[in-house]
Structure formats: structure tokens, C-alpha cells
Design a binder for this molecule. Structure first.
Ligand SMILES: Cc1cc2nc3c(=O)[nH]c(=O)nc-3n(C[C@H](O)[C@H](O)[C@H](O)COP(=O)(O)OP(=O)(O)OC[C@H]3O[C@@H](n4cnc5c(N)ncnc54)[C@H](O)[C@@H]3O)c2cc1C
Length: 405
């Protein structure tokens, strides 16, 4: 039996969240956040109050134990509300990497870190990328060595979402570093994930980038100079961190898919509203077929990608709940979502901006925030477009056909 419907609880959740977004995240507030370059702390606390933070965490850990379809509903609604993408970025980074840390961390870290993040009292992010490149995780230079009952971390991480928020609100990162030399031909082995508090002695934020979009959340970098972490800050098994990192990327990528679709839907709605009103050559521009064709194509692609994203989220739930699909099968589907949705959403914003003419290019119009914000996902936050193609081709052809091996 095939059932394409959401459950009653999921519909109810969507309606409740939509009401929350209308109240807390109207477009003028999003514009204000974009201009000020800041997410108000009260907004994050309000998200916590309605159970939005790290919502996949089980109830006994402080979360709501939501499945991935429901979490994608949240992503879609947040993307629809905040088309600048800043709040959705903060939310989805925490949702994905909070999920990984919660799943694999020690009880001490869960108590000290996860519960706090779920209450909106701290930020949790991902520190993977290095200055030498982000796509090739196995080539990272940052390292940790075991000294007695502690670990000592050194290295530098770059282009990280939320460094200022972590510093201001307290918090830290899931950081991936090398802990053992890689066995020949197996560069992905010998890496370990740690929970790194941003205020640990030896961590220094060295950079705040001036981004093109999603202005309300910071992007920065930090160095680790002989940072000592207790053994209980290891997340998962020593030398197996690569796999946890891939799991976190999978979670983030599916949520990015849903965020991009929410934002694209909002852009289309803003465009439809405008083309029905705006008169050129004596009639609304919505009567011109040139506009119809673009609108119809965008709508059709939106619906197709929505099916892809929710089917993939459904597969994730089946996998986690019933061990139904293999993680590699799911990774391929997730990569298809991340491959297609940011570029599609960017194209929709571009089309709508063109329909809007000169007005669309001004900051009086919300559409330009979306164009700038979505570009971060086209560039590659949580993995570039080509890397998604590498994942898909690897699954279609087999590992022997990986180009860089
Ligand atoms: C706004 C923003 C926020 C970010 N936030 C975070 C964060 O919170 N934490 C974090 O760790 N990182 C973050 N990143 C970094 C992001 O994960 C990296 O940009 C991404 O992984 C790519 O790494 P890179 O930029 O070094 O590009 P590179 O790895 O240098 O790649 C450059 C180009 O080469 C292509 N390429 C690479 N390998 C191949 C291949 N095998 N085949 C074909 N083409 C290839 C890529 O597709 C890309 O087009 C963020 C990035 C942005 C833009």
C-alpha cells in the first residue's frame, strides 16, 4: 500500500508551527534580523518553548522524539518563514549535529550539552571544514593525541556557522580530527569526533567572515592550540568519527532540502501575488504566457522535489525504526535532495526577482534576501553539488569507480 499523506499529528504540528512563524517570524522581522546581522536570543528561546530544538532527541533526553518526516515539516515551514535562511541554518545545524552528538555521546556530555541546547541555552554546531578544503574530510590536518586520561587537540577549522552565537550564548561544536594514521588506502579511518566547548582553554576564534547572505547568523573559524578535553568528550568510538560525520551530513542535507523547498514556495507565492497586480502594456503581467511557462515549470519542479524530499525522510524513518533500507541507499537519496533543491530554489528566487523588475532588486522587497541566503547552500554548506554527484555515482557504479581513488 502506498500512502502519500501526512499523519494527523504531522498536519497539526504544521498548522501550529505556521501560526508560530506568522507571529514570531513575519517578513519584516526577518528583514530586521538580516539588516542587524543578529538572531534575537528570545527567538531561539521561543523555538525551545515550542519544542523545535533538536526535536529528534528522545523525550528522556529532553527532546520530542520526532521522526524525520516531522522534522522536515519543521524545516519546510522555517524556510518558508525566514527566506533569508539564517534562522533555518541555526536550527538545522543544531538539529543535525545535536542529533549525532545526542546519539553517540557520553551521559556526561548529554547532561551538560544536549539538554542545554534543547532548552535554547546554548548552541551546538559542526566544525569539519579546514582552510585546506572542506570536501575531502579524510584529508583534514587537525589532530588529537591521547595523553593519560585526556586528549590534546590541535589544528584549525574554518567557515563554521555559528561561531559568534556559540561564544555569546555558550556552546560548542562536534569537531572531527585525526587520531590515528590512516591505514593504506583507507584515509577515512583513524578520525574521531569530539564535543568541543567553544570556551575550552586553547580555543581561539580567529575569524568572522562577512558573508553574502544569511546575515543574521555568523560564519567564523577557530584554532585549537593544545586544547585538553576529557575522554568523556569523545563522541562515538575512537577512530570511527568519519562515519558519524557522514551521518550528520545526511541529516543536515535532508533538512536543507526541506528548507530550500519552503523558501522556494514562499518566493513563488510572493511572485504570484505580484504578477496578478502589476500592470504592464495595460494588463497584469500574470496574463503573459512567458510568465505562465516559468511559473508552471517552477511549480511542477517544486512538487516533484517535495515528493523526493519527503520520500527520502520517510526512508530515513523506516531505516531508523525498522532497519528497512541500507544507509548507503539512503545517502544516495539524500544526496539527490541536496544536489537538486538549493539550485532549484535559487532559480525560483531568480525568476521571481525578474518578474518583480527593479523593485525585486531593492531591499524594500524580501526576495533578494532569499537569493543571497540560498546561495550558501548552492556553494556547499554541508557538502557541495559535485560531492553529492560523487556520492550518487559511487552508489550507482560501485566504489571501484570513485574518481579520486
Ligand atoms: C555559508 C557557509 C556556511 C558553512 N558552515 C559550515 C559549518 O558550520 N561547518 C563546517 O564544517 N563547514 C561549513 N561550511 C563549509 C562547507 O562545508 C564547505 O564549503 C564545503 O564542504 C566545501 O568545501 P570548500 O569550500 O573548501 O570547497 P572545496 O572542497 O575546496 O571544493 C571546491 C570545489 O571543488 C569541487 N570538488 C571537490 N572535490 C571534487 C570531486 N571529487 N569531484 C568534482 N568536484 C570536486 C567542489 O564541488 C567545489 O566546487 C560552510 C560553508 C558556507 C558557504
Amino acid at each position: 500500500m502506498v500512502d502519500f499523506g501526512f499523519t494527523e499529528e504531522q498536519e497539526l504540528f504544521r498548522n501550529t508551527l505556521r501560526e508560530w512563524c506568522e507571529k514570531e517570524l513575519p517578513l519584516d522581522k526577518v528583514r530586521e534580523m538580516d539588516t542587524r546581522g543578529e538572531i534575537p536570543r528570545a527567538l531561539v528561546k521561543s523555538m525551545a518553548d515550542v519544542g523545535l530544538l533538536i526535536m529528534t532527541a528522545p523525550e528522556e533526553h529532553g527532546g520530542t522524539g520526532s521522526d524525520w518526516v516531522t522534522t522536515c515539516v519543521a524545516a519546510e515551514e522555517l524556510g518558508y518563514a525566514d527566506i533569508s535562511i539564517a534562522l533555518p541554518v541555526l536550527w538545522l545545524v543544531e538539529s543535525s549535529w545535536g542529533y549525532v552528538v545526542d546519539k553517540y555521546c557520553t551521559e556526561q556530555v548529554r547532561e551538560a550539552v544536549i539538554r542545554k541546547a534543547i532548552r535554547g541555552d546554548s548552541f551546538i554546531g559542526i566544525a569539519s571544514t579546514e582552510a585546506g578544503g572542506g570536501s575531502d574530510v579524510a584529508s583534514f590536518q587537525s589532530s588529537a593525541r591521547r595523553v593519560g586520561d585526556k586528549w590534546v587537540l590541535n589544528g584549525e577549522k574554518m567557515y563554521l556557522s555559528g561561531t559568534e552565537e556559540a561564544k555569546k550564548w555558550s556552546g560548542g561544536y562536534f569537531v572531527i580530527v585525526r587520531t590515528s594514521p590512516a591505514p593504506s588506502g583507507k584515509a577515512h579511518q583513524g578520525m574521531t569526533g569530539f564535543y568541543l566547548p567553544i570556551d575550552a582553554p586553547g580555543v581561539e576564534i580567529t575569524k568572522r567572515f562577512e558573508d553574502m547572505g544569511r546575515m543574521a547568523i555568523s560564519t567564523g573559524g577557530f584554532v585549537m592550540n593544545d586544547v585538553e578535553l576529557p575522554n568523556d568528550h569523545v563522541v562515538g568510538q575512537v577512530d570511527r568519527g568519519f562515519y558519524l560525520t557522514m551521518e550528520g551530513f545526511d541529516c543536515a542535507r535532508i533538512l536543507i532540502g526541506a528548507v530550500c523547498l519552503g523558501a522556494a514556495k514562499r518566493a513563488l507565492e510572493l511572485g504570484i501575488e505580484y504578477i496578478k497586480e502589476r500592470k504592464v502594456f495595460g494588463q497584469p503581467i500574470g496574463k503573459f504566457e512567458g510568465i505562465h511557462f516559468e511559473l508552471a515549470d517552477d511549480w511542477a519542479e517544486l512538487e516533484a522535489l517535495r515528493s523526493l524530499v519527503y520520500r527520502t525522510a520517510w526512508m530515513m524513518d523506516k531505516r531508523y525504526q525498522e532497519d528497512h533500507f541500507s544507509s548507503l541507499e539512503i545517502a544516495k537519496m539524500i544526496s539527490a535532495c541536496k544536489l537538486k533543491t538549493p539550485h532549484f530554489a535559487f532559480d525560483v528566487f531568480k525568476h521571481v526577482m525578474l518578474w518583480l523588475g527593479a523593485y525585486g532588486y531593492t531591499k524594500e522587497c524580501p526576495v533578494e534576501m532569499g537569493l543571497r541566503g540560498i546561495m550558501s547552500y548552492c556553494i556547499g554548506a554541508e557538502g557541495t553539488r559535485n560531492i553529492q554527484r560523487v556520492v550518487i555515482a559511487r552508489e550507482l557504479l560501485g566504489k571501484d569507480f570513485i574518481a579520486h581513488r
